[in-house]
Unconditional design. Sequence first.
Length: 238
Amino acid sequence: MIARPPAEKSRATATPTGGRTSSRPSGWSRHSSRSTLAFTVADLLATLLFAFEGARLAADAGLDVFGIAVVGCVSSMVGGILRDLLLGDVPPFAFRSPSRILMGLLGSVAAFLVVASAAQTPDDVFAVLDALGLALFAITGAEKALDHGSNGWVVVILGTLTAVGGGMTRDVLLGGIPSVLTSSVYASAAAAGALAVLISARARLTPPVAMTIGFMVCASLRILAIAFDWQLPTLVAR
């Protein structure tokens, strides 16, 4: 009797919209972006920048050292945690590796030192740093969603959520209205950056190139909005 070779194992991956499934070989990944240098560097830098901004605002609000560190870490990690939970990547990567927590603490310490030094730093400098962090998180969120085979809508939504989730939680902890709801061309800039990553991926550009394009779109929109005071339409005059 001739033994038949075992059939190739495959798994059914449900689409984020539910219902339809597609069969892919086990271990399938679009390009394993999480293991690429570009993704890792972008995610770590975004974590550092958002931790710095969150901790700086916490210090300005009069929180103690522990509170500053907590707000800094929350600002830098909540968006990525929400993204991972929605993608089913559990436990979230921030809990599987100490690198994100360390970057969050490092950014918090840097912010504490800057505030303690009483150095007069223009607010525009902090706004630009925040814009860079926003762009980095938008592209990493979109890239990871693509890596999990998400559809276009989910890619843009998770890219945006990754970018604004930490800041929204930070503002709530500090007792304010989330800036994403009051600052025009903020979440919309993140969505534009995530969309640019999606379009670039559909055009079969390499992940680093797609992420670079998305970063430039998001960061440019946000910085131009700061420089020229661009605002989205409102129903009540400001």
